[in-house]
Write a protein that binds this ligand. Structure first.
Ligand code: GDP
Length: 444
């Protein structure tokens, strides 16, 4: 089972939380130690492990309680989210040139699966409807050229070869020319691998890269090499500049260190993974699926996610309920209108709102005057009337009294009452629009 050891190492962390009510600074100490150990045993580099453990610990302590979700399940979710983040979050797609051909340059040490990947990648792209051509550039191993020709036949993709006596950069130039002649969509160049990085190798790669001006430069690394893979990606990136990595042999008993470290250590994403010797065994690298496999707890994760959603939903509904049932009365009305007036020069405020245009001084005087009229009417209301606008809506006698005491007309009082109810409706509508979003401050 891939990552089996890592998975069981993490399991012991969850087990230590069985029976706990909530995650605390104290009760996560032991589980965090297990997580740390499991990651180190999976050959994740120490700085990466440290950052990871710290990030998880901080979140675990502050996570709070979600009804129905146990602390160990919460920790699984936090670890999962952090694993996904560690591996780059989103899947990192291949980039294609605006005008074909797209050129993909493959590099890597000997035996990592580079030649195999070349052909796998051609098949993968062919399935996406792209025409491909392979360039055999491993001039140090005649067998590698033969191998690529055989694999090319297998996936039915033409292979450009120029033997072993031509410099790789020259092969690249000729191959690219041929590809343009043939109008292929994607050219994939296999290059020489060495047992270890040396200057000649890097210089040759630089020459090839200059010649091809590739859209993608992908380093093929072997998952079995653990954190060494991440170090290699970093070195190649610094030396020649790469766009990402392809991780091979993920089907073997890889411990996981490579998959977990590459992005964090090198800053470059893993774009594709090889999971077997068949030509079909190449696929995009999905950080979330990878985390799921490592944890082996898909059901727990989706359960916690659902619970979190439900809680968010309940919170939102609760808030909405409060606002909708909030008696927006004449006191609130007064507070609100005064607050707006206090914003000082209303013209300046309104002028800052796009689409509002200029407000004329006459309009400002108008607004201030109507505020004064409203205030005069509200001032003569009884406290009960201010709190229950319905009283005014229902009673012409009350409206008449207010008109008389404030020196305004009955029509003005009716308008004010109508305005208040309109405001209530607007607020409810606003809440409808904002459902799930943030909530505005109603008054100060
Ligand atoms: P190169 O020297 O980098 O070109 O490596 P090759 O392409 O010749 O591959 C070396 C060996 O690794 C071959 O036996 C491949 O079949 C094997 N190989 C490559 N990719 C994978 C993979 O994803 N899974 C497994 N199990 N074997 C692989």
């Amino acid at each position: 089972e891939m990552f089996g050891q890592l998975t069981s190492g993490l399991e012991s962390a969850w087990n230590k939380l069985k029976g706990e009510e909530v995650l605390t600074k104290e009760n996560i100490v032991e589980p965090m130690r297990d997580i740390r150990r499991a990651l180190l045993e999976a050959d994740v580099s120490l700085p990466v492990v440290r950052r990871f453990v710290q990030a998880v610990s901080e979140q675990a302590v502050g996570v709070g309680v979600i009804r129905g979700v146990k602390p160990d399940q919460q920790l699984v979710k936090i670890v999962s989210d952090e694993l996904v983040k560690l591996m780059g979050g989103e899947v990192s797609e291949l980039t294609f040139a605006k005008s074909p051909p797209t050129v993909i340059l493959l590099a890597g040490l000997q035996g990592v699966g580079k030649t195999t990947v070349s052909a796998k990648l051609a098949l993968y792209l062919k399935k996406q409807g792209k025409s491909c051509m392979l360039i055999a550039g491993d001039v140090y191993r005649p067998a590698a050229i033969d191998q690529l020709v055989i694999l090319g036949k297998q996936v039915d993709v033409p292979v450009y070869t120029a033997g072993t006596d031509v410099k790789p950069a020259e092969i690249a130039r000729q191959g690219l020319q041929e590809a343009k002649k043939k109008n292929v969509d994607v050219v994939i160049m296999d290059t020489a691998g060495r047992l270890q990085i040396d200057k000649t190798m890097m210089d040759e790669l630089k020459d090839v890269k200059r010649t091809l001006n590739p859209t993608e430069v992908l380093l093929v690394v072997d998952a079995m090499t653990g954190q060494e893979a991440a170090a290699l990606v970093t070195t190649f990136n610094v030396e020649i500049g790469i766009t990402g990595a392809i991780l091979t042999k993920l089907d073997g008993d890889s411990r996981g260190g490579a998959a977990l470290s590459v992005k964090e250590v090198s800053g470059k994403p893993i774009k594709l993974v090889g999971r077997g010797e068949r030509m079909e065994d190449l696929e995009p690298f999905y950080p979330d699926r990878m985390a799921g496999r490592i944890l082996g707890m898909g059901d727990v994760l989706s359960f916690v996610e659902k619970a979190q959603e439900v809680m968010k939903q309940e919170d939102a509904e609760d808030l909405q309920q409060k606002i909708m049932s909030a008696k927006f009365d004449f006191n609130d009305f007064l507070k609100q209108t005064r607050a707006v007036a206090q914003m000082g020069s209303m013209s300046r405020v309104l002028g800052m709102i796009p689409g509002m245009g200029k407000v004329t001084p006459a309009q400002i005087r108008e607004a201030e005057k109507s505020l004064q009229i409203m205030e005069a009417m509200i001032e003569v209301m009884t406290p009960e009337e201010r709190e229950k606008p319905e009283l005014l809506a229902e009673s012409p006698a009350r409206r008449k009294r207010i008109a008389k005491e404030s020196g305004k007309t009955e029509q003005q009082v009716s308008q004010l009452v109508a305005q208040l109810f309109q405001m209530r409706v607007r607020m409810k509508n606003l809440m409808g629009v904002m459902q799930g979003g943030s909530v505005p401050a109603l008054s100060n």
